[in-house]
Write a protein that binds this ligand. Structure first.
Ligand SMILES: [Zn+2]
Length: 157
């Protein structure tokens, strides 16, 4: 396993936490100097907070942990391609490198649906690496939505 895969594995564990809480399973970890300083998973429903995406949770936790609003020289690992809100946040936080697993054709904001992270007006550039454990990261989401469709069907009978 590469270092990126090891951290992505941890992000996947966090995605499972989200799944257990019936939230869309996305997990994230923020790494600085080879150490995890923030972790998070999608909690929008349980916290009644539309901004509680996995990336935002990990970035908030990291900011608190290092007592700084700028996460210079950090790497953010997230199981799913960030949305526009999170891509903006990653830029504001000065994250150096973004590593994600599955691409999101619907709302991915690193160039899949729209490109916020590489937008010309962004004065902070983020290195982006996609496709790390993409299969596993996509599978947990597919399983979640399949199960949800199944239970939706059952409840209408
Ligand atoms: Zn997001």
């Amino acid at each position: 396993m590469t270092t990126d895969e090891i951290y992505m594995q941890r992000a996947l564990e966090l995605a499972e936490q989200a799944q257990k809480a019936d939230e869309v399973p996305v997990g994230a970890v923020l790494v600085m100097d080879g150490e995890i300083v923030g972790e998070g998973y999608n909690q929008v429903i349980s916290l009644s907070d539309p901004s509680a995406h996995a990336e935002a949770q990990a970035i908030r936790a990291a900011g608190q942990a290092i007592d700084n609003y700028r996460l210079v020289n950090s790497t953010l690992y997230v199981t799913l391609e960030p949305c526009a809100m999170c891509a903006g946040l990653i830029t504001h936080a000065r994250v150096k490198r973004l590593v994600f697993g599955a691409t999101d054709p619907r709302t991915g904001a690193t160039g899949t649906a729209i490109d916020v992270i590489n937008h010309a007006s962004m004065n902070h550039k983020v290195e982006v690496q996609s496709g790390v454990l993409a299969e596993e990261c996509g599978d947990i989401l597919r399983r979640f939505f399949r199960a949800r469709r199944k239970s939706a069907k059952l409840s209408t009978k």
